[in-house]
Design a protein around this ligand. Sequence first.
Ligand code: MG
Length: 417
Amino acid sequence: MGEPIIYHIDVNSAFLSWEASYRINQLGDSLDLRDIPSAVGGSEEQRHGIVLAKSTAAKRFGVRTGEPLVKARQKCPELVVVPPNFDLYVRNSRAFMDLLREYAPSVEPFSIDEAFCDMTGTELLYGSPVEFAHTLKDMISSKLGFTVNIGISNNKFLAKTASDFEKPDKVHTLFLSEMRDKFWPLPIGDLLYAGRSSLKTFQHLGIKTIGDLAASDRQLIMSHLGKHGGQLWDYANGLDHDTVTVHEASNKGYGNSQTIPFDITDRATALRFLLSLSETVGSRIRADSAHISTISVSLVDYEFHHSSRQMTLSSTTNLTETIYHSACTLFDQLWDGTPIRQLGVHTSHATDTAYEQYDLFNLQRSEKLTRLNAAVDSIRTRYGEDSLKRACFVGSDESHMSGGLNKAKRNTREVPS
Ligand SMILES: [Mg+2]
């Protein structure tokens, strides 16, 4: 077998295109949000109303992802803003990943709208990997109604870099043999995972391009930036040994993560997000009449560093409260105060038989909670997820069930103001 062939597939303006195709195909709208200056944005009454995604037309006005809606409107008064709809994103994401799994031997979802596919050895099946990427890209567009960029390389890092080249609806290659022409001349600011502080250091060291970093001394970079610096140096040299990992089948575990529309810097807010995630995870486990015994929390900080921690419980559970409290414990062990971009709660080792460590106090408490959770589930099934909220979410714009299953009602029409 020759060099590995990796695809990184990234949905173009995911939240916006998913919303646009939903409005056209499901609601019969004639207007395509992708053709006008538009954005998906958090609630404007809230301090945290920011642009989560934008159309190409909005980009031409200088509208940027992550900036306050107020500022975006100053640049583009006719901007059409639609509210986020996380359930729609989860549905689209599933359809996207499922389609990839039909064609790629292994698929690793990287975020809600990105995945790595290991295509090594598929030449006999599909022919040239570059040609097949075009076929796959067009298939996604015609079957699912949205466009993607596909980056092709010999490893994950370079493939992801390539998918970020010119957008939308493009296939790009960045093979190891192409680094000199396509990668090294790029400004150092284009290097993935190089955060603000790293870039400041590079500036002091006179490193202007990715090639400058590649040609620098690894030890020197590490003396300034530690292990992360060494990693960045490796990336600049096209070195990445991370393999495409297929996660366990979904019926073995239940998890949910959410990219937060602002950086979380305080514990209380983080815990509310964990509760919201635990609610959804718990309800999914219970909907399958399953129990789990391993819980983990994952965290992505504002510089896109990933970290996670897990624990095994002495008893199986499907209780929101137990999942949440374990998640809090893990979170406190994990978090060092760095601003947080994304939080996840995951569970695994699902079984359909429950076992409980014998403990009289806990047994009574957990029987009570089991009845409570069952009652909450049945009310939500009949009257919708929003029919019952925990008190801490009342009056808040934060979702009390992140990435929920069946949120029926939502506001799809919003007029530009
Ligand atoms: Mg994307």
